[in-house]
Design a binder for this molecule. Structure first.
Ligand code: GDP
Length: 196
């Protein structure tokens, strides 16, 4: 799957802009600055596919990438402290509609910073995913940064919090876009979904 070149398809700001749901898709969600753009770029081997930018105005779109035969979907980062209330409200509404209404969405990868673990805003998203019955899997990012003991602690805390979400996969994927750790596991996980 990842041998091919992923291509940007379109940025979507409203439900009626979504491409036809005629192929399976997976999405990536996470707080602003979690390392989502960097991870998508690293996964696809494309340096600037997803924009690594934290400018609120630029990150409110749902970005679609094609990786035949599926779509990779980059959801706007959430929890950006400086985003205006109206922007946040609009984004939340779109996110809810997307998660609840996208039948071809097979799995959400929820990115969590390996240094910080799960925050309240992440739990809000998990609750939303649960309500929408979208299975989700946690991907820890930036695992090159914390000391091993701190990473272990974050891992244990993350597992404890995940236990209460029925929609959550118990397996966490530990990644670093810096060292490349875990990227093959994540690619293989996505590829396995496609061949199912
Ligand atoms: P986004 O807002 O979630 O798209 O986050 P970005 O991809 O823009 O990354 C935010 C910051 O974290 C940038 O300065 C990245 O260079 C840095 N970063 C992203 N991934 C990693 C990683 O795996 N390891 C380290 N050490 N830094 C990372």
């Amino acid at each position: 799957l990842f041998a091919q070149r992923a291509e940007f398809l379109k940025g979507v700001v409203a439900m009626d802009g979504l491409p036809p749901g005629d192929r399976l898709e997976i999405c990536f969600a996470g707080r602003s600055n979690v390392g989502k753009s960097t991870l998508i770029n690293a996964l696809t081997g494309r340096k600037a596919l997803a924009r690594a930018s934290n400018t609120p105005g630029r990150t409110q779109e749902i970005n679609y990438f094609t990786l035949d035969p599926i779509y990779l979907v980059d959801l706007p980062g959430y929890g950006f402290a400086k985003a205006p209330v109206a922007v946040v409200a609009k984004w939340q509404a779109l996110l809810k509609q997307y998660l609840a209404g996208r039948a071809n969405l097979r799995r959400a990868f929820l990115l969590i910073d390996g240094r910080h673990g799960i925050k309240d805003v992440d739990e809000e998203i998990m609750a939303l995913l649960g309500t929408a019955a979208v299975p989700f899997q946690v991907v820890l990012t930036k695992t090159d940064k914390p000391k091993p003991a701190d990473l272990e602690a974050a891992l244990a805390a993350t597992r404890r919090k995940l236990a209460k979400y029925a929609a959550a996969y118990p397996e966490l994927i530990l990644t670093s876009s810096e060292t490349g750790a875990g990227l093959d596991t994540l690619r293989a996980t996505i590829a396995a979904m496609v061949s199912d």
